[in-house]
Design a protein around this ligand. Structure first.
Ligand code: SF4
Length: 198
């Protein structure tokens, strides 16, 4: 039985999709695992807002309601926006953990829509250049690295809190260079450690 919502620390996470246009080598689902933090996250279909909203509980009991899970949440955009609007109407805080490829996938700037109902974005940059990105993330869509860089540049104009991450310990990833990219874009940089997901 897959889990549509799950809790990590004092936040409630929403497992909104199993789909993703990246095939990161470090992704748990490409390493034979269907679990994150002991939760079974493999989905047979993309859930709807109507399925998720009753599972949220009292959203103000949590630090944040986080769109994350086992795929890229912005690929299931209409339910994401409907759920986020519900959470904001109830006084909760919202965050998306994203690969930053939503604009490339949807072929338009989705940040104005996100800006209406999302408080925080955590964007995975993962690499300081295209070759390193392609090696570790194996994007299916052409132009993915340029797209995530552009998304990082645009995001602070729409979203109050933007942080960007890369993983320390992946071969060829230059953490200092990733930090400089974030400094130039005026966003916070967080480096994560290999083997810690969520
Ligand atoms: S972006 Fe996330 S869900 Fe997609 S392949 Fe990479 S680690 Fe997995």
């Amino acid at each position: 039985m897959s889990q549509l919502v799950y809790d990590i620390r004092n936040s409630r996470y929403i497992n909104l999709t199993g789909r993703c246009t990246l095939r990161c080598q470090f992704c748990p689902k490409h390493n034979g695992s269907t679990e994150v933090h002991q939760y079974q996250l493999k989905l047979d279909k993309q859930p709807t807002a109507e399925e998720i909203i009753p599972l949220l509980g009292t959203v103000t009991d949590f630090d944040e309601i986080v769109f994350c899970g086992y795929g890229e949440p912005t690929l299931n955009l209409a339910p994401l926006l409907a759920i986020a609007r519900h959470v904001k109407a109830q006084g909760g805080n919202t965050r998306i953990n994203t690969d930053g490829l939503g604009n490339l996938f949807h072929r338009r700037n989705i940040l104005p829509e996100l800006g209406e109902c999302i408080d925080s974005l955590s964007i995975s940059l993962n690499a300081q250049d295209q070759a390193t990105y392609e090696r570790h993330c194996q994007p299916k869509l052409k132009g993915s690295y340029d797209a995530v860089r552009e998304f990082i540049r645009l995001a602070p104009s729409y979203i109050d809190s933007v942080s960007v991450s890369a993983i320390d310990g992946l071969e060829g990833v230059d953490i200092a260079a990733c930090q400089r990219i974030c400094d130039d874009a005026g966003v916070e940089f967080k480096h994560r450690h290999l083997d810690v997901v969520g």
